[in-house]
Design a protein around this ligand. Structure first.
Ligand code: ATP
Length: 228
């Protein structure tokens, strides 16, 4: 069943339009990769879905409801767990406080999140701003999970991290997929991303230009839409 349906959304920043018609959908239990070169509109699409940058055209439906005009905290409450670019943990709270701050009842609780990220259990009483970048990223994912979302959105969750930590994060994302979580993911590491994705949606200049299975994203298409 379709969980998220984005139809022809248009959005931008002040006078500057960034999205000119983005179509995208995610079904329950599906992992969809949102792809495209730098500046093509991936983050803006995510912000538009969450109403952080409200779209002025098109429509977003989630779990059968229109998100038009809904405040971002209500979108979150409806079941969209966002891990934004740049992590944004609560710096002056401990790891445990960060996790508990967003908790809502469900299978993801302190015990299950720290099973997924054992380092968070080790750092339980440490302030978030004393964690390494990778640990903060784990905390950001953990915090989104603690809301027990129906859809997890990951925006560049592995960017700028040391290879060992990246591998840990990818392993955790694979576990989340195996557990049937629906995920919308933006990431530039294609060798990790493509095997994980059930479907890919490619943006160019703020428009959806291609959707299909990762195996159909041929070298030619990758050169055309993702090459630098
Ligand atoms: P990247 O891979 O570099 O993160 P992206 O595909 O996520 O890129 P967006 O960040 O959504 O792309 O940017 C889409 C367009 O919107 C770009 O032209 C960008 O310059 C512009 N843009 C993004 N954020 C802002 C902002 N805060 N104010 C004005 N323009 C912005």
């Amino acid at each position: 069943m379709t969980l998220l349906k984005v139809e022809g959304i248009e959005a931008g920043y002040g006078q500057s339009q960034a999205l000119f018609g983005v179509d995208l959908d995610v079904a329950e239990g599906e992992v969809v990769a949102l792809m495209g070169r730098n500046g093509m509109g991936k983050t803006t699409t995510i912000r538009a879905i969450c109403n952080l940058t409200p779209p002025f055209g098109g429509a977003v439906h989630f779990a059968g409801r229109s998100l038009k005009g809904m405040a971002p905290h209500r979108v979150a409450k409806l079941g969209i767990g966002l891990v934004p670019e740049g992590r944004r943990c609560f710096a002056a709270l401990t790891v445990e406080e960060n996790l508990i701050a967003t908790a809502r009842p469900g299978k993801w609780e302190f015990a299950t999140v720290t099973q997924l990220f054992p380092r968070l259990a080790e750092r339980r009483n440490q302030m978030a701003n004393t964690l390494s970048g990778g640990e903060q990223q784990m905390l950001a994912v953990g915090r989104a999970l603690m809301t027990n979302p129906k859809l997890l959105i990951l925006d560049e969750a592995t960017e700028g991290l040391a290879p060992v930590i990246r591998n840990d994060i990818w392993a955790s994302i694979r576990k989340l997929k195996a557990e049937g979580e629906a995920i919308l993911i933006v990431d530039k590491t294609l060798p990790e991303l493509l095997p994980l994705a059930d479907r890919c949606t490619v943006l160019e200049n703020g428009m959806t230009v291609w959707t299909g299975k990762p195996g159909e994203l041929t070298g030619d298409l990758q050169d055309r839409y993702l090459g630098v």
